[in-house]
Write a protein that binds this ligand. Structure first.
Ligand code: GLU
Length: 447
């Protein structure tokens, strides 16, 4: 049970947003953290901050009709939830996946507000997407879908209004089609309106790598705070998308050994360390399945159909696939195998019960809104480069990213300490992320 004021607001959130369990989960998790500052900050209550924060500023739902390669008309549903613009234009990715519905987009948008606040950069929170599944679709089908999606979305976007990017199912190819259609409809080459662009047309170096790099750096920082590091450690990474691939790369650069990757068909274990180039070739270039990795790698890599990647004994876990992929049983297995740190590369990959198990066992837990903030932070760096018509070097951009991740880590740690929950990064992230947004909302009056 939450404290009575928070509970009353939470009850209203439940009533107003029936049938959206992931959204309820995300709100509750933040509310639980805010209990520790309730008494110190009566002004948040006086200004109705929580009620206003839970209600998105604007929610757009639209039809996305398109014609497939067989000439059949298909209809998907498009979403953009412009959640909160207290700190800057709405910023957050687009997810194309059959599981996308309004509740999923709201959970992601809600998380994005605090994540973006934690980066210290001027970006508000938003999220969007569609239940369209790009898997198995031709480039032509993906293009026609993206063009139809943008035909509605473009009127809500703008470099000072709303700046979408990628997420699951939306990578460089999709951003290209989306940007092309935006440019065509508006007759403006407005680079700062989308991030994750190609390097030849306004994209930023390091953006592709940033989320995964950041999650590995965050794990390293958490371990360093406890007198150790990623160096020499075994790491389990789930997923095989953008986040997983580059978490694996950074783990290797930090001296660790990432031994797993997965997709919806199962996972691979490679005791010699995942061969990044091979995984990139299969996943990024060929858009193939993870089974092929084990087949082509030979020397001891094995594919496990179904099952849980968290059964593999490791020191560090970086869940980088999707929400609620690591439950309490998995957390117990990880703890039994001696896990030291869990750094969330995906958004909300650990269930609340899993987080409780990790907390209880004293495992360092980096919540997604802190640990995976490197992606959106580098998107904000892309916006900076676009605004100044500049393009930074890989080294300069990566240094900025590393510095941002270290700052987020310190902010979470110091805030947790300040509110009497030392070492609790989840509470630190929620309180620190929330306070900046809340203070800006108070400054703006009731809007
Ligand atoms: N989709 C990413 C996230 O969850 C990145 C968003 C962005 O770059 O705007 O934070």
């Amino acid at each position: 049970m939450l404290d009575s004021t928070l509970q009353a607001t939470y009850d209203q959130v439940l009533r107003r947003n029936a049938g959206e369990p992931e959204f309820h989960q995300a709100v509750r998790e933040v509310f639980e953290s805010l209990e520790v500052i309730q008494d110190r900050h009566p002004e948040y209550q006086d200004h109705g901050i929580l009620m206003r924060l839970c209600e998105p500023e604007r929610q757009i739902i639209f039809r996305v009709p398109w014609v497939d390669d067989d000439g059949i008309v298909q209809v998907n549903r498009g979403f953009r939830v412009e959640y909160n613009s207290a700190l800057g234009p709405y910023k957050g990715g687009l997810r194309f996946h059959p599981s996308v519905n309004l509740g999923i987009v709201k959970f992601l948008g809600f998380e994005q507000i605090f994540k973006n606040s934690l980066t210290g950069l001027p970006i508000g929170g938003g999220k969007g997407g569609s239940d369209f599944d790009p898997h198995g679709r031709s480039d032509g089908e993906v293009m026609r879908f993206c063009q139809s999606f943008m035909t509605e979305l473009h009127r809500h976007m703008g470099e000072y209004t709303d700046v979408p990017a990628g997420d699951i199912g939306v990578g460089a190819r999709e951003i290209g089609y989306l940007f092309g259609q935006y440019k065509r409809l508006t007759n403006r080459y407005e680079a700062g309106v989308l991030t994750g662009k190609g390097l030849d047309w306004g994209g930023s170096l390091v953006r592709k790598e940033a989320t995964g790099y950041g999650a590995a750096i965050f794990a390293d920082e958490m371990l360093k705070a406890r007198g150790s590091s990623v160096d020499g450690r075994r790491v389990a990474v789930s997923g095989s998308g953008n986040v997983a691939l580059y978490a694996i790369e950074k783990v290797r650069q930090l001296g660790g050994i990432a031994v797993t990757a997965s997709d919806s068909s199962g996972y691979v274990v490679d005791e010699n360390g995942i061969d990044l180039e091979l995984l990139q070739q299969i996943k990024e270039v060929e858009r193939g399945r993870i089974t092929e990795y084990a087949e082509r790698r030979g020397n001891g890599a094995r594919f496990v159909k179904g099952g849980s990647v968290w059964d593999v004994p490791v020191d560090i876990a970086v869940p980088s696939a999707t929400q609620n992929e690591l439950d309490a049983d998995a957390a117990r297995t990880l703890v039994k195998n001696g896990v030291k740190a869990v750094s969330e590369g995906a958004n909300m990959p650990c269930t609340p019960d899993a987080v409780a198990v990790l907390r209880e066992a004293g495992v360092a837990f980096g919540p997604g809104k802190a640990a995976n903030a490197g992606g959106v932070a580098t998107s904000a760096l892309e916006m900076q480069q676009n605004a100044s018509r500049d393009a930074w070097s890989f080294e300069h951009t990566e240094n900025r990213l590393t510095e941002i991740m270290k700052n987020i880590h310190t902010t979470c740690l110091e805030t947790a300490e300040e509110v009497g929950r030392p070492g609790d990064y989840a509470v630190g992230a929620n309180v620190a992320g929330f306070r900046k947004v809340a203070d800006a909302m108070i400054a703006f009056g009731v809007i």
